[in-house]
Design a protein around this ligand. Structure first.
Ligand code: ADP
Ligand code: MG
Length: 362
């Protein structure tokens, strides 16, 4: 999985070299936002967050943690019970949804069934009374850039799921919002199509420079696509940062688990932990940071003796499940030239550098 993420992140890096204006246009500021629903349920609590204009930001968290609630507050479908919301530096509390510089794309496609693709995309421009010639120009351009030109006369029931979602995106983007909110827009699609649309969406965001606030419960999708991610649990933001920062330095056990990091270990299982704060009870070490020892000479490292329980050949690397003292299933990911060579049942020595130990709160 890590390899796939690295590959996609590498293609992201290419896209990142495109000139990018840093601006307040399309920025979002949430200040101590709280939402208590009328039945007393506290859906978000004290959420403070700054999203730079022009960036791709993902809210990641399990179902029910308050992601949609936050999007609805930004879009204007809900008012916060307390706190402030600014778009492009201006407070939008009390501004009705239709007057906010925001468009939303939902998981279910909600296209107008009686309008064809062209008319669906044109709809918002008609509502704004844009002149016919300008409208035609904008819709045609948008259909072309979303590779929908040949489908202009098709009706929604003649489209595949991926095509429908592209129309929904085109329909939102043709209005040139400062901010696009995307609420799990790909989760109804199969894996292959989903991957294609992830790449397409990313490319689109980089080329138009509109702020994308994307919501997903899929950590891999979040890592592939985002400039920054915010990880939510039970109505609170647990950690916000660039993708690699959060992956490399998860703040607490929840974040580490949610990102799929396997080695969450009690601190006392390791002997050499000089840099850790004393209050820490749990730590994690990324599987690709643990190495097999080839002899002595690891004064500043932890040496663990163990037995290979499982060997999982992944092509470019091999994952080993190793039983060590106090921890029966340490995952070690080996991508060195002879990575396949260790047999199940064989004894191994593992090296963990002190600097690769990540302390976890909670
Ligand atoms: P997510 O999008 O992360 O799955 P939501 O923001 O939709 O989460 O919901 C957060 C919590 O708020 C859930 O427990 C949900 O049941 C609750 N909730 C959502 N809408 C309402 C509502 N209108 N009234 C009461 N509770 C709600
Ligand atoms: Mg939701």
């Amino acid at each position: 999985m890590l390899q796939a993420i690295n590959r996609l992140q590498a293609s992201r890096d290419l896209l990142d070299h495109a000139p990018k204006a840093v601006s307040r246009q399309g920025s979002i500021d949430l200040r101590n936002v709280q939402k208590v629903y009328p039945n007393g349920y506290v859906a978000t609590e004290d959420v403070t967050l700054h999203i730079p204009g022009g960036s791709f930001f993902t809210l990641l968290g399990p179902s029910g943690c308050g992601k949609t609630t936050l999007l609805r507050i930004i879009a204007g479908f809900e008012e916060p019970s307390a706190g402030g919301v600014l778009i492009s530096g201006r407070s939008i509390i009390g501004v009705p949804a239709y007057r906010r510089p925001v468009n939303t794309v939902f998981q279910s496609y909600v296209l107008f069934p009686h309008l064809n693709v062209y008319q669906n995309v044109e709809f918002g421009l008609r509502m704004r009374h844009m002149k016919a010639t300008q409208r035609k120009h904008k819709v045609t351009d948008m259909l072309d850039s979303m590779q929908l030109g040949t489908l202009a006369k098709h009706f929604p029931n003649q489209l595949s799921g991926g095509q429908k979602q592209r129309v929904a995106l085109a329909r939102a983007l043709v209005n040139e919002p400062e901010l696009l909110l995307l609420d799990e827009p790909l989760s109804a699609l199969d894996a292959k199509l989903r991957r294609e649309l992830q790449v397409e969406l990313l490319r689109l965001q980089k080329s138009i420079g509109t702020t994308f606030l994307f919501v997903t419960h899929d950590q891999q999708e979040a890592m592939i696509m985002s400039d920054q991610i915010g990880i939510m649990q039970q109505g609170r933001l647990q950690q916000v940062g660039k993708v690699h920062e959060v992956y490399e330095r998860p703040k607490n056990i929840f974040v580490a688990r949610f990102l799929g990091l396997p080695n969450i270990i009690r601190r006392e299982s390791l002997t050499h932990t000089p840099t850790l704060p004393s209050a820490i009870r749990h730590i994690t070490v990324h599987p690709e940071r643990i190495t097999f020892s080839h002899g002595a000479g690891h004064a500043a490292a932890n040496i663990l003796n163990g037995v290979v329980r499982e060997r999982l050949y992944m092509g470019a690397h091999t994952d080993y499940v190793v039983a060590v003292e106090n921890f029966p299933d340490l995952l070690v990911s080996d991508s060195s030239p002879n990575h396949r060579s260790r047999e199940t049942g064989s004894g191994v020595r593992l090296v963990i550098q002190a600097s690769d130990i990540v302390p976890l709160e909670g």
